[in-house]
Ligand binder design. Structure first.
Ligand code: JFZ
Length: 459
């Protein structure tokens, strides 16, 4: 943030924290699902001798990752993959049911990734799903199926396209370049209006591929487009990755004010401290492998996150007012990776017992605990314990001046009352006093568990 505010003409269009129903809903989701599905699902991460596994080489980047090892005519080969796209096992209702069982309350679907292939029958390009052997509109099937399960749908949209002759990454300079890029901008606008018109249930847009100079220089166009989308589709939610101000500042403008309705920069990253978030609405999108969003047929030799890892990240997010969005990369036949099926099931089983600590909660405002994460809803305080103390005493530090302290405690897993003892141990390092929740000796936890406490006035 600058020492003094400067004049920004193309700054935020919406206030920092919208208070309307849609935004409140967003802040209450807790858990979401991302789906990366497109032509890159056919090759997976290994294809014709080209490997795209981990590091920067994500599987959905395989077209641009061929490098020296790629067979001749690699990009052309990739661009013809659509002729094979025929996902015989695709069942949007099955995906939506799985997401529901996992506990997801919103989902984000890749309508068009960097390869430029549209997963809906767009009027504005022939490179789309209707030209595949499958023919049907998968975006519609997905939007309808998830909406029917009560899961809110957001559309991922990559602005940049690798194979569009009108797209360029550099700033358009000559009149010809300017004309071409203007065509591209008009095309982008048309596609976005088309998507929101075709799929009116859409709650928001998740933008990507907006980092090139050409797009950055189009700040006047993007500003007006954001205004137009908001006017034509009231309540729409747009993340901070859509545009930049006239000084080229992305996500946040030159005054440090967020551009869009929520912070989209937490990609495979988590804030270490609540203060870093500066009160902004946010979510974190996460892959199962280290990197790789599209289908990876081969997970071997890579660390793939466990349900314990992911539940830890989920609680990290919600304890800081964010959502966790877990990515799935279905294969070319429309089936999830078997490893993803297992994760969805394990997370779902955990959520069935513990979702009260995840949904509609907020940052509790207590000092972070080494044992796990605090969340809060009304006068309920939740501690999700990942590190169980060897003495079975879960010690909660409460500021000495606090007007609310834990009065009762129980485990969400069995609702049995636990003893709560005020233990004023005389330690005065941080102006805290302590409340001890005593765990039953015979309590066996195989996963993180939640202690629910009721807050009330101290004695
Ligand atoms: C982008 C894509 O390139 C990728 O394929 C995937 O779709 C992912 C969700 O989004 O990758 C990015 C974009 C932005 C950052 C990092 C990776 N970033 O801002 O740190």
């Amino acid at each position: 943030k600058p020492a003094q505010r400067i004049e920004v003409k193309y700054g935020p269009i919406t206030p920092k924290n919208r208070t309307d129903e849609n935004m409140e809903r967003f802040r209450n989701y807790g858990l979401g699902q991302f789906i990366h599905w497109g032509l890159y699902a056919i090759p997976g991460n290994e294809w014709e001798g080209v490997s795209a596994r981990g590091g920067a080489a994500a599987s959905e980047w395989i077209r641009s990752w061929g490098g020296a090892t790629a067979p001749k005519d690699w990009k052309n080969t990739y661009d013809n993959l659509y002729k094979q796209f025929n996902p015989k096992d695709f069942d949007a209702k099955k995906w939506a049911k799985q997401a529901k069982d996992m506990g997801a309350r919103y989902m984000i679907f890749t309508t068009k990734h960097h390869d430029g292939f549209a997963m809906w029958p767009t009027k504005y390009s022939d490179y789309n799903i209707s030209k595949t052997p499958y023919k049907k509109d998968v975006t519609k099937e997905i939007v309808d199926a998830y909406t029917a399960e009560g899961i809110d749908v957001y559309l991922y949209f990559s602005v940049l396209e690798w194979n569009n002759p009108n797209y360029m990454g550099a700033e358009p300079k000559t009149p010809e370049e300017k004309e071409k890029f203007q065509k591209f901008l008009d095309y982008t606008r048309n596609q976005l209006l088309e998507l929101l018109t075709n799929y009116p249930q859409t709650k928001g847009l998740w933008f990507d591929g907006t980092w090139d100079k050409s797009w950055i220089m189009a700040y006047e166009f993007t500003y007006n487009l954001e205004k137009e989308l908001r006017t034509k589709f009231p309540g729409i939610i747009i993340g901070s990755r859509f545009r930049n101000d006239e000084f080229g500042k992305r996500h946040f403008d030159s005054n440090g004010d967020i551009l869009g309705d929520y912070e989209q920069g937490w990609e495979r990253k988590l804030p270490a401290e609540f203060e870093w978030l500066d009160g902004n609405t946010w979510d974190c999108v996460m892959t199962v492998p280290p990197n790789g969003w599209g289908y990876m047929k081969d997970w071997s030799g890579l660390y793939t996150k466990t349900s314990d890892d992911l539940i830890d990240m989920l609680m990290h997010c919600v304890s800081m007012n964010g959502n966790l969005v877990l990515n799935f990369g279905p294969d070319g036949n429309g089936k999830m990776h078997p490893g993803e099926d297992i994760l969805a099931k394990e997370i779902g089983e955990w959520m069935k017992v513990n979702s009260e600590a995840v949904y509609d909660v907020r940052h509790a405002g207590l000092s972070p605990s080494k044992l796990g994460y605090f969340t809060r809803k009304e006068n309920n305080l939740y501690l999700t314990v990942f590190n169980r103390p060897v003495n079975n005493i879960v010690r909660i530090a409460v500021p000495k001046k606090s007007t609310e302290v834990p009065k009762t405690a129980k485990l969400l897993v069995d609702s049995k009352e636990l003893k709560v003892v005020h233990s004023d141990i005389g330690l005065d390092l941080d102006q805290s006093t302590y409340y001890d929740v005593v765990l039953p000796e015979n309590f066996n936890a195989k996963k993180a568990f939640v202690i629910k406490m009721e807050l009330g006035a101290p004695k």
